[in-house]
Design a protein around this ligand. Structure first.
Ligand SMILES: [Zn+2]
Ligand SMILES: [Zn+2]
Length: 604
């Protein structure tokens, strides 16, 4: 009788309850069947929500319930300014995106420079930027914070943007004084809320930096609990040496370090993935915090100008055009591409054939979209055609697909528990007829559909951890990525059978499908399979989270500790509620009749 009254007494109304779902909590721990309750944007009960009621009860039986996916690597820095619906992410259950990747961020922006960054982010068409240029990181975050969008944004600062403020786009070594200035800029970004710094060591001006410069700036980033992430100097011939540099920077700057889109390019480098993986595992065993992100495709996508050797892409767009127009420098460019030079990630050679480079978008040449260099060059020499194209179109760099990634190495990397999923997506203009790399609309859905559902290559628990708990832990976002009481209610509910992605390689974008419910900060952005108009996303700031980040754990280790944690948490919550209610009853009993006291306890 008393127990019955007590359970009724605490049956508190909350915003939503999902009943009887298969919960995969994001830690890599085993699944369990149960409920999850949401109140005021947070998770209020897990597994057993019998003490709560809601006018929004969702039948979860037969569905997986997971944390919302965290895309650890997205080039969506200006997406909220261009199309704030962010449909490619919403449709995949991506509830948080990290931006500022590969050394490229739209802030801080050096107004004196005509840079790749300006072209890459299409800053000339962004009204907010035109009215108030993103001269430092605070301005950028403030302007983004004024927009409404559906998913959370984790901003990082690009080293390319920092270097550009001090040295422009010039191929020079930084002096001690220059490095001092860069450290000050890095500090401003971290104080504004950045989660770390990324490098793009194939893109100007990042590629002109030596290791010492990166270590020194990373020391500043580390002071504020940030991470160092790198698009390494070579993902092909020198992949091993490049991974060594990331580890060295991590060690010497005392900073968590991550290899961006870890892969091996070029047929002749097949198998080098194991050597690079071993290096990271050895560093981790020695106590250094080194990890990687990965997208699971056989083709990369980047600017067409990435074909050019590093020395030839210094300076402004006009400088590059001048080199392509001058016969001496043009011949040198050609020779370097054909013969290779040290420290050049030679994509022309990695792909091996001009039919393996396909245009996705080419400003002013919509008709090129979906066509390969071989097709477009026709009877002309394909390399000469490419250099001519670059010479005539450098102002608006084209985006291309490069078939260069070795599948065997990709699978070796995927199974490692220090690797998480990052899409490396680009902003998709759904109104345009341009083709896209499928990673921009189907990174996470394809990972689930192909590698979990169809091939059983990786377990559901391990796959979900790579997309939720692990990325959250990596960035130090201590309230996301796990289904746990008190955590933010970023939640997906879906049937694996229905998860699908149909965008073809070099196809028109097709949004992924299969999410039944997606919650961000407790608000539905997908309800009954349909996108809502809610825009509950926030710009997150590093300084709002505690600095100490625990070292990544293996799913096996997590199994036991997680199970214990749940039992302990549920027991503590139950005991606390019971004792508080009993105490209230006893207090009431002292003052009033038993009957009145119990009635009032029910109202508590
Ligand atoms: Zn990159
Ligand atoms: Zn990237």
């Amino acid at each position: 009788m008393l127990l019955g009254l007590l359970s009724f007494a605490v049956c508190k109304p909350i915003d939503h309850i999902i009943r009887g779902a298969t919960i995969i909590d994001g830690t890599g721990g085993p699944r369990m069947i149960g409920d999850v309750g949401i109140l005021n944007g947070s998770i209020i009960c897990v597994k057993d929500c019998n003490n709560y009621s809601s006018t929004s009860e969702i039948q979860g039986s037969g569905y997986y319930l997971t944390p919302g996916f965290i895309d650890v690597h997205a080039h969506l820095d200006v997406a909220p300014f261009l199309d704030n619906r962010m449909l490619p992410q919403v449709h995949q259950g991506i509830t948080t995106v990290a931006v500022g990747m590969c050394g490229l961020s739209p802030a801080p922006f050096n107004m004196k420079n005509d840079t790749l960054i300006y072209r890459f982010f299409k800053l000339k068409i962004i009204d907010e930027f035109k009215q108030r240029p993103f001269v430092n990181f605070s301005v950028y975050l403030e302007e983004m914070g004024k927009k409404s969008f559906p998913v959370n944004i984790v901003p990082l600062v690009g080293h390319g943007a920092i270097r550009s403020m001090v040295l422009g786009n010039d191929p020079v070594d930084a002096s001690e004084k220059d490095i001092g200035k860069m450290k000050e800029i890095a500090e401003e970004a971290m104080k504004a809320g950045a989660f770390g710094m990324t490098t793009g060591l194939i893109y100007p001006p990042g590629l002109f930096a030596n290791t010492n410069e990166l270590i020194e700036i990373s020391k500043t980033i580390s002071k504020f609990g940030g991470i160092y992430m790198s698009h390494v100097r070579s993902e092909s011939d020198d992949i091993v040496k490049s991974v060594e540099e990331v580890i060295k920077i991590g060690k010497e700057a005392g900073i968590p370090a991550q290899v961006h889109h870890f892969k091996v390019c070029g047929a002749k480098n097949k198998g080098k993935g194991i050597e690079a993986v071993n290096l990271i595992e050895k560093a981790r065993k020695d106590g250094y915090d080194v990890t990687a992100d990965q997208y699971n495709f056989q083709m990369s996508a980047t600017t067409f100008s990435s074909l050019l050797p590093p020395w030839s892409i210094a300076g402004s767009a006009q400088d590059i055009v001048n080199r392509l127009a001058n016969s001496t420098t043009r011949n040198q460019i050609k020779s370097d591409i054909i013969n290779g030079i040290p420290d050049f990630d030679n994509m022309w050679q990695n792909v091996g054939t001009p039919s393996g480079i396909v245009f996705l978008s080419a400003p002013g040449h919509d008709e090129y979209s979906g066509k390969s260099v071989a097709e477009l060059a026709g009877a002309q020499d394909p390399l000469e055609w490419s250099l001519d194209f670059l010479m005539n179109n450098m102002e608006d760099d084209a985006l291309c697909l490069f078939y260069e990634i070795q599948e065997e190495d990709m699978r070796t990397i995927m199974l490692k528990d220090f690797v998480m999923v990052g899409s490396d997506c680009q902003f998709v203009d759904l109104a345009s007829s341009n083709k896209v790399h499928p990673r921009s609309v189907a990174s996470h859905s394809r990972f689930l559909r192909q590698y979990v559902k169809e091939e059983h290559f990786i377990s559901m628990e391990a796959a979900i951890r790579k997309m939720t708990g692990f990325p959250a832990e990596r960035y130090g976002i201590s309230s996301k990525g796990v289904i746990k009481i008190g955590y933010d209610a970023d939640i997906n509910l879906f049937s694996l059978d229905k998860i699908n992605d149909t965008t073809k390689d070099t196809g028109n974008p097709v949004l992924s499908s299969g999410m039944e419910y997606v919650f961000v900060n407790g608000k539905m952005i997908i309800q009954n399979g349909a996108v809502t108009s809610n825009k509950p996303g926030n710009v997150l700031r590093r300084y709002n989270y505690p600095i100490s980040t625990p070292a990544p754990k293996t799913p096996d280790n997590n199994n036991t500790s997680k199970g214990k944690n749940y039992t302990t948490t549920i027991t503590i919550v139950f005991l606390s509620i019971t004792s508080i209610t009993l105490a209230i009853i006893v207090l009431m009993k002292d003052k009033k009749s038993e009957k009145t006291a119990i009635t009032e306890a029910i109202l508590v």
